[in-house]
Ligand binder design. Sequence first.
Ligand SMILES: NC(=O)c1ccc[n+]([C@@H]2O[C@H](COP(=O)([O-])OP(=O)(O)OC[C@H]3O[C@@H](n4cnc5c(N)ncnc54)[C@H](OP(=O)(O)O)[C@@H]3O)[C@@H](O)[C@H]2O)c1
Length: 288
Amino acid sequence: MASTSLPGGTWPLGDLTVTRFGYGAMQLAGPWVMGPPADHDGALAVLRAAVDLGITHIDTADAYGPRVTNQLIREALHPYHQDLHIVTKVGATRDAQGGWPPARDPRSLRRAVHDNLEVLGLETLDVVNLRLGDAEGPQPEPVAEAFGTLVDLQRDGLIRHLGVSNATPGQVAEARSIAPIVCVQNMYNLAHRHDDTLIDELAADGIAYVPFFPLGGFSPLQSSALSAVAARLETTPMSAALAWLLQRSPNILLIPGTSKVAHLRENVAGAALRLAPDDVAELDEIGR
Ligand SMILES: NC(=O)c1ccc[n+]([C@@H]2O[C@H](COP(=O)([O-])OP(=O)(O)OC[C@H]3O[C@@H](n4cnc5c(N)ncnc54)[C@H](OP(=O)(O)O)[C@@H]3O)[C@@H](O)[C@H]2O)c1
């Protein structure tokens, strides 16, 4: 693993240290996150390039493909470097139409944890997020039974640390009343700022906030203000968006997705951009 210092430095997930610049593997599966990638070798190359760049945090889920991204991670990177930490999620499955129906009954959760262990080739999962809500976003639902099932699996030694995803602040609080969490993974980017208060509260408590769709996901971020700031700084809108996230709060970890090595390198280089207070103020206006 390279010793390159990545933009943003590192952050502790419990007793594990990860680079704040991580990699989200979802885009490696086929269209709409179903089936294998069109370019199998290209997908392996992206994963290997991420590790070569020094990235020690890869985000995945057995629902991606399903199983496809986990299979690719194992093929590309197993046996894993001791510094590499794979964060996975359970709580949703896939249907024949590519939907993401919930699967949060104890039996489904246990099966998903064992499935992640088997496909990734691990004896313990470093971090497991309980993925709540649905494709529309967080939904009001109690978390005690599902989160309690993961706590049991943690006590059995199958999971090192827990997190929640696609969760309301109330669900984060409910989970934290049951057991410690090391991260919250919710949708957040320059244009979607609904978790601003939550991010600051988690930062005060040393808990990571991991935005999914940091670049807009399936609808890439588009904003004339973002383009104007990027042009002034002679960079790309994606770079400015990632640099803004890194500067937004020290507990924000990046997991931008890409299926291309060139984009991965561009994102790592771009996130190192130092935004001046005026640039930040201008970008802040986008989500207001
Ligand atoms: N917890 C959850 O419910 C949940 C939901 C969604 C995602 N996630 C996680 O969050 C991670 C990030 O989300 P995401 O990958 O969906 O969205 P994202 O990171 O916001 O955006 C990824 C998209 O941006 C494009 N892109 C990346 N770098 C680029 C560049 N330099 N120039 C132009 N286009 C670029 C990618 O296309 P190319 O492939 O062409 O580069 C891809 O289409 C996922 O990988 C997954 O691990 C979690």
